[in-house]
Write a protein that binds this ligand. Structure first.
Ligand code: FUB
Length: 385
């Protein structure tokens, strides 16, 4: 990454704990089901400082703020499950409080629009409206962070993190007969769940695995002892980094079928990545996809702003670090998903273009993802060179 880009990222990025950006507010109108084009001008677009030439792609959604896009093909259409960023007026800088989301919207795109140029220039995206609201989740108190979704036997499952009434992140499930919702939340979070950023992977044998975890505001560092401790405990710099978690889901997809296991991410000598290895170690935003029989585990490195990937031979890992999927984007956070649509692969990601760099007011984007002949992933740089 060139130095000026690095500085831009750092300057624009208020950390999960920080509020480095100014407090220009833009009100995101609530919507019923609407179809929008990413090129359409909107209140949000005009409120932000834009430079269309700077990025490889335009926001997919511009009438509300969206982030953390998890994309899947359901019922022959591409569905996107993002966070719905809002400016709730919170000024506190602690523990990611500014990420104060209160509902989820589901979006979809016709498979025919899944072309690199169409995605980057403004594909037609349908907003199916609010699919789950905080007030309808009995156990949750705040912060509806990055969700994901799965399908089994015609039923759809939305997995989401939220803080419970004790301020501890848990992972919940909500169900629907339609991929676009509305979703009805289970009365309690998944038993034994903790931390953030659930991502579901369905293997070829029909088993579903839930990957999750995130350090700093995501609280993974408070679970090292196996139960929650209200104190941040990080490994020493020469110790293995904290690992994301994985658990196979029960047949009804509502619970863990087993205790969560550590997902080991190794260097190419077979050693676990160290806590000090901030360019490569796991931070948050896990995702799993399978390509040519190999399992690809990808994730955000957080404070170094990469989407990295590692490969392995089992959904449980271990995974060996291979490289970078996505270079740093505008804004502090980076979060992605990878989906195959009719033989082509796509990367969904977010940046903060729409708010002129405010890290908690983001927009989703997408582009094509290329696996090279040798199975490596061609790194995407979301900035135009
Ligand atoms: O959207 C809130 C948090 O920011 C997500 O859970 C993280 O992955 C980061 O994108």
């Amino acid at each position: 990454m060139n130095k000026s880009k690095n500085l831009l990222v750092l300057a624009l990025g208020a950390a999960l704990f920080g509020s480095g950006c100014g407090d220009k507010t833009a009100t995101a109108p609530s919507t019923a089901e609407t179809t929008s084009s990413a090129v359409a001008s909107s209140a949000l677009m005009s409120a932000a400082t834009r430079d269309d030439d700077k990025f490889i792609g335009k926001p997919l959604v511009s009438h509300i703020y969206t982030a953390d896009p998890s994309a899947h093909v359901f019922n022959d259409r591409v569905y996107i499950y993002p966070s719905n960023d809002i400016d709730s007026g919170i000024t506190s800088t602690g523990e990611g409080d500014k990420f104060d989301m209160k509902d989820y919207h589901v979006f979809s795109i016709d498979k025919k629009a899944m072309e690199k140029s169409s995605l980057e220039n403004g594909a037609e995206v349908t907003d199916h409206g609010a699919a789950l609201k905080l007030e309808d989740i009995p156990w949750a108190s705040r912060q509806l962070w990055a969700p994901d979704a799965a399908e089994k036997e015609g039923k759809f499952f939305l997995f989401f993190p939220a803080k419970d009434t004790d301020g501890i992140f848990r992972i919940g499930v909500a169900t629907s007969d339609s991929p676009s919702g509305p979703f009805a939340a289970e009365p309690e979070p998944i038993k034994g769940s903790f931390s953030i950023d659930p991502a579901v992977f369905k293997d070829d044998d029909g088993s579903h695995y839930l990957y999750f975890g995130g350090i700093w505001g995501g609280q993974l560092q408070r679970w090292s002892s196996g139960s929650y401790v209200d104190e941040d405990k990080y490994p020493a710099s020469n110790e293995p980094a904290l690992t994301p978690k994985v658990a196979r889901l029960s047949g009804d997809l509502l619970q863990f079928a087993e205790a969560p296991r550590d997902v080991q991410i190794l260097d190419n000598a077979g050693n676990p990545l160290l806590g000090s290895d901030s360019n490569r170690r796991f931070f948050e935003g896990a995702w799993l996809h399978k390509f040519n029989g190999k399992y690809y585990f990808s994730y955000s490195t957080g404070d170094t702003h990469y989407i990295a990937y590692a490969t392995g031979d089992s959904p449980y890992g271990p995974f060996t670090h291979q490289g970078i999927v996505l270079m740093p984007v505008m804004g502090w956070t980076t979060h992605h998903s990878i989906v195959e649509v009719d033989g082509k692969w796509f990367l969904f990601y977010h940046d903060s273009e729409i708010s002129g760099g405010k890290t908690y007011l983001r927009n989703i984007k997408a582009t094509e993802l290329i696996h090279n002949e040798d199975g490596s992933i061609r790194t995407v740089d979301a900035y135009l060179n």
